[in-house]
Design a binder for this molecule. Structure first.
Ligand SMILES: Cc1cc2nc3c(=O)[nH]c(=O)nc-3n(C[C@H](O)[C@H](O)[C@H](O)COP(=O)(O)OP(=O)(O)OC[C@H]3O[C@@H](n4cnc5c(N)ncnc54)[C@H](O)[C@@H]3O)c2cc1C
Length: 402
């Protein structure tokens, strides 16, 4: 086993760290307070080749491996969860799904501009009455000429008001339950598409989240992703990639909590000594440090499996569950270590705490991942190869790497 990062991975990690220090951290408090989504951050990430970091060069990406994507997500979330969430939906949930399931035409038309960061992709699965229970979705797609007519709505959609392309899921045959769901690529500019933002969020306030609505929206047949009835499988495989990025991002939250807590533990004195000298404060610090290592190892193992071209739903779910719970705990402890000051926005830890809650809810709640892990352990569930797998790395389409 080799846990060392390559020179290329270190260079990307350091580049994102530097980017976060210069382009996000000086402004994030203001953006968060004003619920402002700063689109230019994503444009700058695109210029650095980071909006399609693990998409083959043949499809407009940087052609790097899946663990490089993890490093990008970790470093971005050290800055703020909003920007990692944007990369999670754009790259993890949308672009990687096109890479896995798309036809050559779909890849050329949608994946290439997304990988270059010229267009933004999003993912619409959740509905007002269907979150964890995906099959209770109401959106329908009815055959109409050489396409489908979509009606329904999706809620809690990251980048709802700003994305250009949406990967959405609808019933083509409700009687078949999970096997009657189909995936479609929808463009914002099409007639019958509208969106509206969700206001009053607890966290990820610097991110855009909203509702997307389809009213008699006509989608051409060539924009169906996969076959009719393959949508549920496609959605779950998309989540294998999205959850991987969420888990990686959670490491960034733990890192940020640790950095803030270490600094404050050295600065603040009580009872004549630095609070870092008190054992109960040390216990919180030790847990953060341990959970950071554990979470990273789980993420990198999943990334390694992806590089091998192996299905890793179980490993990704485990990484997502453990890392997001650990990030939530780290953020709570970081506030605790800061005492009353942690309870105000004078320090960033209150933002970490508010931001750390959504990842425990989205892309499979804590409870759903707990159930999944129990089912794997009990052998009620097992991962089998899909008929279309995410390509292994190095990418065959890119040929020999220099
Ligand atoms: C900031 C944010 C961004 C999001 N972005 C996106 C996005 O881009 N695209 C998208 O499609 N969705 C997105 N979501 C939606 C998210 O994926 C859902 O909120 C999530 O899947 C949970 O669904 P729900 O909110 O309907 O909760 P529910 O499914 O209603 O669950 C409510 C509670 O019941 C528990 N529960 C449910 N079923 C079980 C069970 N079988 N056993 C035990 N407990 C159970 C849950 O764990 C939870 O605690 C986002 C959400 C947030 C908060």
């Amino acid at each position: 086993m080799d846990f060392s990062l390559t020179e290329e991975q270190i260079a990307v990690r350091d580049m994102v760290r530097d980017f976060v220090d210069k382009e996000i951290l000086p402004y994030i408090k203001e953006w968060d307070e004003n619920h402002h989504f700063e689109r230019s951050v994503l444009d700058k990430l695109a210029k650095l080749g980071l909006m399609g970091v693990c998409i083959p060069q043949a499809y407009g990406g940087a052609g790097m491996d899946y663990n490089t994507l993890a490093l990008v997500c970790e470093e971005l979330e050290r800055g703020d969860t909003a920007f990692r969430t944007a990369v999670s939906v754009h790259t993890g949930l949308n672009s990687m799904t096109l890479l896995q399931w798309g036809t050559e035409e779909q890849k050329q038309k949608y994946l290439v501009p997304q990988a270059k960061g010229e267009k933004l992709g999003a993912f619409g699965l959740t509905e007002p009455g269907a979150g964890s229970d995906v099959a209770s979705m109401q959106t329908t797609a009815v055959r109409d000429g050489k396409g489908y007519r979509l009606n329904g709505s999706k809620i809690w959609i990251s980048l709802a008001d700003v994305a250009d392309h949406f990967l959405v899921f609808a019933y083509t045959d409700k009687s078949k339950k999970h096997h009657g769901i189909t995936a479609f690529i929808v463009e914002r500019t099409w007639e019958g598409f509208s969106s509206r933002p969700i206001k009053g969020k607890l966290g990820i306030r610097a991110g855009n989240t909203g509702e997307i609505i389809f009213e008699d929206l006509w989608v051409p047949e060539e924009n169906r992703l996969g076959e009719e009835g393959e949508g549920f499988k496609i959605a779950m495989s998309a989540l294998d990639n999205g959850r991987f990025t969420v888990a990686a991002g959670a490491c960034g939250t733990i890192q940020a909590c640790l950095e803030a807590s270490l600094k404050y533990s050295h600065e603040r004195e009580t009872f004549g000594k630095e609070i870092g000298r008190h054992q109960l404060v040390q216990q919180m610090i030790a847990k953060m440090a341990a959970n950071l290592e554990i979470s990273r190892l789980l993420v990198w193992k999943a990334g390694w499996l992806k590089n091998q071209g192996q299905r890793c739903t179980r490993e990704v779910s485990l990484a997502k569950w453990v890392a997001c719970d650990a990030a939530w705990e780290a953020a709570s402890d970081a506030v605790q270590i800061h005492g009353a000051y942690g309870y105000s926005n004078e320090y960033p830890v209150e933002r970490y705490l508010r931001n750390a809650k959504a990842p425990v809810i989205y892309e499979g709640t804590r409870e759903i991942h707990t159930i999944m892990q129990a089912e794997y352990a009990l052998r009620y569930r097992e991962d089998k190869p899909l008929n279309k797998m995410l390509p292994s790395w190095p990418f065959e389409v890119d040929g020999e790497r220099e």
